[in-house]
Design a protein around this ligand. Structure first.
Ligand SMILES: N[C@@H](CCC(=O)N[C@@H](CS)C(=O)NCC(=O)O)C(=O)O
Length: 207
């Protein structure tokens, strides 16, 4: 093994959060862009569960959970002190995102995949349930510029890629929703040079 390797998919929010942490910690790697319906055999050999991101360190360690990868990268180098915030609170917020928020997001976005074939293009019931979590973000963002205090930290970078997906599911609805602080927070992160830099397009990697 000569260097770090990342298997990634541009539009995957888990891969986005991993790329954000790898970028801020200035860890270099070979980027292997994949598509989910045709995963490379080498990726599945490293991590049979078949989800992105998958990172292989130059010493051969496989990290195939996005949050583990963020924490691994920031443990090497954390110039903006993303890890410096209340850890218990951070992990609670991320668990709420990866659990209930993602659950409702998937069902809001793809009702027919979850058996709710009568629901139409999007499912407002699951949107409402996701909004209960957004309402918590909104009250936090009324008090501070970011989810845990004024400075952006691990929680913000782990979560905003999912709020992005939620917002993009029905952009007109999101633009009219009354979450002014969360809307502004999302826009700030989306327009940052950091986010732009991890969204550049890579050609598909082939074995
Ligand atoms: N718990 C994993 C979840 C990663 C995940 O589910 N990624 C999605 C793409 S956004 C995936 O690879 N799904 C597999 C597939 O669609 O075949 C993590 O945090 O890394």
């Amino acid at each position: 093994m000569t260097g770090n390797i990342l298997y990634s998919f541009r539009r995957c929010p888990y891969a986005m959060r991993a790329r954000l942490a790898l970028k801020i910690s200035d860890i270099s790697y070979q980027h292997r862009e994949i598509i989910l319906r045709d995963k490379p055999a080498s990726m599945l050999a490293f991590s049979p569960k078949g989800t992105v991101p998958v990172f292989i360190t130059q010493s051969g360690r496989v990290i195939d959970e996005s949050l583990d990868l963020m924490q691994w990268a920031l443990a090497q180098n954390d110039p903006n002190n993303w890890l410096g915030k209340n850890q218990a609170e951070t992990l609670k917020l991320i668990a709420g995102n990866d659990g209930p928020f993602k659950h409702h997001l998937d069902r809001y976005k793809y009702p027919s995949r979850y058996g709710d074939v009568d629901r139409g293009a999007t499912d407002p019931e699951h949107r409402d349930k996701a909004c209960m979590i957004i309402a918590d973000y909104e009250s936090r963002l009324r008090a501070h510029d970011n989810l845990i205090g004024d400075a952006a930290s691990l929680a913000d970078f782990a979560i905003f890629p999912f709020v992005r997906q939620f917002a993009n599911t029905d952009r007109d609805w999101w633009d009219r929703a009354s979450f002014p602080k969360t809307q502004a927070w999302l826009e700030r992160h989306l327009s940052s040079a950091l986010f732009q830099s991890v969204m550049i397009k890579h050609p598909l990697w082939t074995e």
